[in-house]
Design a protein around this ligand. Structure first.
Ligand code: DC
Length: 335
């Protein structure tokens, strides 16, 4: 069982306004914690003495919370405390990391949790970072930015323009006005290039190496890092890539560095392609990964390496769920 806290304020003791604000608070809590009504065991309200204690619980019933137990109480008068405030606690039967919600003037009660959370996950190809990042983003209900997809889109753009990814001059011209953006559908990232969904095209094996090569060009990195920081500054999110902890977000709230043996990583990639019905060769994938590791780790600008303050995880002998649980545990220990 988990407890979720929240609070909001109103401007007067009116049943209508209290209903509106309670509805707003409960719908944010249920939305951000991905709750269904049956997950909620009970909702407990308390409000300051300047509001009628009956209204919040009545509002919850009227807003459709008809099956869970409801309770409301009045808080004692405390000098200097926030006025016209409604606090809530939900007990829920769901294994989540609770997201507490503070709205309106009540935001000032918990400035610490109104803060943006940025998690950096770096590591080489096949280390499990994108699968892990997606699962953690889902658990924490935050965005997941696959930064590799952005470099892949740059490579795809070069291919479609007939420009070699080593031709720095022409790559620079293309990148200057690149129309690249990411959107989210049901938590999944969709990568758009020139308004077209290229999420599938950028996954082609031949794009991997081209992405690695194009990502070593200075102007490409400058542009992509700018876009990544813009997203991370506005949203709580988890970013997976090669230089997130070292370069894109040196002050990220949490940093992890995932790796695994080259054999294991090649096997994982091979299985992914086979599952998608692609005809691939394991040795070729392994050679490709080794080559890409060297290229990504030895380039001049922002090479792949572990940030000094990142937590190192070797996933070679771990199931993906063990990696996810370990990272969630590390995050929970600190927040
Ligand atoms: O994670 P991926 O395989 O989709 O990444 C493709 C290439 O993009 C990778 O070989 C190097 C580059 N990349 C990068 O340089 N920096 C990042 N933050 C992410 C990816």
């Amino acid at each position: 069982m988990k407890a979720i806290r929240g609070a909001t304020t109103v401007s007067c003791d009116s049943a209508e306004e209290i209903k509106e604000k309670v509805q707003e608070l409960l719908s944010e809590i249920t939305r951000q914690n991905c709750l269904e009504e049956q997950d909620i065991i009970c909702i407990m309200f308390s409000n300051t003495l300047d509001l009628h204690a009956f209204y919040p619980a009545k509002a919850a019933r009227e807003c459709g919370f008809v099956n869970c137990a409801l309770f409301s109480s009045l808080e004692p008068e405390i000098d200097g405390a926030l006025k016209m405030c409604i606090r809530v606690m939900l007990l829920v039967e769901k294994d989540i990391l609770p997201k507490h919600i503070y709205l309106n003037e009540a935001k000032n009660l918990r400035k610490d949790i109104s803060k943006i959370l940025n998690i950096a996950i770096d590591g080489p190809a096949g280390s499990g970072k994108s699968t892990v990042a997606k699962a953690i983003a889902k658990k924490l209900n935050i965005l997941c930015l696959d930064t590799g997809a952005m470099y892949r889109a740059c490579a795809l753009k070069c291919v479609s323009c007939g420009v070699s990814v080593t031709d720095e001059g022409n790559v620079a011209k293309i990148i200057e006005d690149i129309n690249l953006n990411v959107q989210y559908k049901d938590g999944a990232q969709i990568t758009f290039l020139d308004e077209k969904d290229v999420s599938e095209d950028i996954r082609k094996p031949e794009i991997s190496m081209l992405a690695s090569t194009v990502s070593a060009i200075s102007c490409v990195r400058t542009k992509m890092v700018e876009l990544q920081r813009e997203i991370a500054n506005k949203n709580s999110c988890i970013l997976d890539g090669r230089d997130i902890g070292t370069n894109v977000l040196p002050n990220a709230t949490f940093k992890f560095y995932l790796t695994a043996s080259c054999e294991e990583r090649a096997k994982r990639r091979y299985n992914e392609y086979i599952q998608k019905g692609k005809n691939v060769d394991l040795d070729e994938i392994k050679r490709d990964i080794e080559k890409r590791d060297i290229q990504d780790m030895t380039r001049k600008i922002a090479p792949l390496k572990q940030a000094d303050d990142a937590i190192y995880i070797d996933t070679s002998d771990m199931e993906i769920n063990e990696v996810i649980d370990l990272i969630i545990k590390k995050i929970q220990e600190k927040i």
